[in-house]
Design a protein around this ligand. Structure first.
Ligand code: SF4
Length: 197
């Protein structure tokens, strides 16, 4: 979206959870730990440095490559917080996707800004209602074609038809209002002529 100069107001998972008034972050979660960006290390809840030990690369089903930096505590044996901190054997290792965290930070700042709150308020009224109609009322849950161009065509036709349907419903509603108004005027006119009660 950034490459296409689109300002993103997109929620990530846990955004709603984080916004709850009673939300208390887990102090053992990597995002709660202190991070020294200059020297690239974390500090665990017991105050130990967790130094960088490498990078883990993964590929999503769509082929997107993710990179997570790995950090390891030096000595977890005998730590009084061990039971609450982690379950695995040895010293604790955390994996952090810094790029994803940066995107989440940007998203959080935007979504909680004045403009973001306004967009979030409109989202449940405008697009969500349309998604509901598309997916449940009209059963449009899958694209019928494969490939970017064909999917664009597939969806464009659907959207044109959807908008025509909406426009017809609006015209019909206005026409019926006009018709009722006309009948009412005619009725009051006749009533005045013939002195009806
Ligand atoms: S278990 Fe290890 S990582 Fe967790 S608080 Fe204790 S020393 Fe730190």
């Amino acid at each position: 979206m950034q490459e296409n100069r689109i300002e993103a107001f997109v929620k990530y998972n846990f955004f709603h959870k984080e916004q709850r008034p009673r939300y208390v972050p887990n102090p053992f979660h990597p995002e709660s730990l202190y991070y020294n960006i200059e020297q690239d290390y974390y500090v665990c809840p017991m105050g130990q440095h967790m130094n960088r030990i490498g990078t883990k690369r993964d590929k999503t089903a769509s082929g997107y490559v993710t990179q997570s930096a790995r950090y390891k505590a030096q000595r977890c044996e005998g730590c009084p917080l061990r039971g609450s901190c982690f379950k695995a054997r040895g010293n604790r290792i955390i994996e952090v996707n810094h790029r994803l965290n940066e995107y989440k930070k940007q998203a959080r700042e935007r979504l909680t800004s004045e403009e973001g709150i306004k967009h979030r308020g409109r989202r449940c009224i405008e697009p969500e209602a349309v998604f509901g109609q598309m997916k449940y009322n009209m059963a449009y849950r899958r694209f019928r074609h494969v490939g970017k161009e064909k999917v664009t065509m597939d969806f464009a036709f659907f959207v044109i038809a959807f908008n025509i349907k909406k426009m017809c419903a609006k015209i019909a509603k206005e026409a019926s209002k006009l018709f009722l108004d006309l009948i009412y005027r005619l009725y009051t006119h006749l009533k005045a002529i013939y002195g009806m009660n």
